[in-house]
Design a protein around this ligand. Sequence first.
Ligand SMILES: Cc1cc2nc3c(=O)[nH]c(=O)nc-3n(C[C@H](O)[C@H](O)[C@H](O)COP(=O)(O)OP(=O)(O)OC[C@H]3O[C@@H](n4cnc5c(N)ncnc54)[C@H](O)[C@@H]3O)c2cc1C
Length: 403
Amino acid sequence: MGGQVKQYDVAVVGAGMAGIAAAVQSAREGKKTVLLEKTVLPGGLATTGLIYIYLPLCDGNGHQLAFGLTEELLRKSIVYGPGDIPNWQKGQNAPEVKRFRVAFSPASFMLALTELLRENGVDIWYDTLVIGAEKAEGKVKSVFVENESGRIEIQAKCFIDASGTGILARRAGIPGWDKEPNYLSIWALQYDKRLENSENFDLSPSLRMNVMGVPRDESKAPEETVYRGISGKQVTDFVVKGHAMLLDYYKRNWQEGNMDRKTLFPVHLPAMLQYRKIFAIKSMRDLQTDENNLRFEDSIGLIGDWRKSGPAWEIPYRSLCPADGTGAFLAAGRCIGSLGDAWEVTRVIPTAALTGQVAGVAASMSVETETDPCRLDPTKIQERLRGLGFPLHLPEVGLSYKA
Ligand SMILES: Cc1cc2nc3c(=O)[nH]c(=O)nc-3n(C[C@H](O)[C@H](O)[C@H](O)COP(=O)(O)OP(=O)(O)OC[C@H]3O[C@@H](n4cnc5c(N)ncnc54)[C@H](O)[C@@H]3O)c2cc1C
């Protein structure tokens, strides 16, 4: 494509939870790391998308499963106010609010993330859209970006797709899954006078604001509420329908209740698409429905089921690696190989942070050893992860496998 060329050890696409964890880890390992982000804010869906709940790091029965940057980021999400970590250890079949999770102010978290990226020397490029990728000899060689400086080619020894949409994989021709049901709901920031004296919400009551969600219309058939996010038109339709749904909600409340435009009104809308699932790579080992409490020899960490207490999952390293063997590439966050109910469990903030950090470790090892990330010896990656305090198999945290 011509134009300027920049070189890095590791290039990460997307500054959501996965991309930030990946870039911070890679930079901590001494690699020259660039983080490419199309918006002008860090955090992705979690912050720009107003998804303000950092789901649990525990299994709901008192066992902490995720550590490392996954925990560091959870703690950072509230450091500049106002959330608190609940007293979760005592929970046995704990309800969600009593698990090791927090609700955070998206803006506070963004400021903390900016600080984290700066402290770790990550080279972040905002307002920079990844538009293409080039492969040579079976490896990703470059990504192409557009920003105010024009079109730039970024060359790196290893690339991490943490875009949430699989944009790098798709532009590089790496096969993936994109047919999972994805329903329309919308979370927005609103003023609600009824909450004025209430402590029942996690954001500061003094701001008298509330992040609210308008759920999907359960009366509609599933096929009418299934949305895909891999074409320009699909994306625009999703946004337009979401806004219409929100407007219906306000009109209904103003007509039916005793609320009016001064006591209940929208304050801020999500500036990122609130799609749950868009694209997952076809990986060397896609996680499948009901594969909780299963041992994977190449496990790179543990996560719980955010919906209920009990189930716990080992995540195989191979789920970050493309099945077609494309070199110099890893997936992290919402794009890892995960299907069906496994995708539902893994498509959330803690898993994004966990897989991001692991991708950062593996990318760094790939640069050091000049070996494609997917050909690295998983036991060597595991050694490094143990050094970072990760338990890798369920018995290490006192849990057992399925019979
Ligand atoms: C309605 C809804 C409710 C949810 N509720 C919860 C919840 O309560 N708790 C929870 O833990 N999870 C929840 N999730 C899921 C969670 O928010 C996300 O899965 C998680 O934040 C994803 O992180 P990520 O880093 O993988 O991707 P993302 O957050 O999507 O980050 C990807 C980043 O890549 C950037 N990007 C994309 N394309 C390009 C490009 N071409 N060039 C440059 N940059 C690009 C984006 O701007 C973004 O910053 C919810 C999701 C939705 C939609």
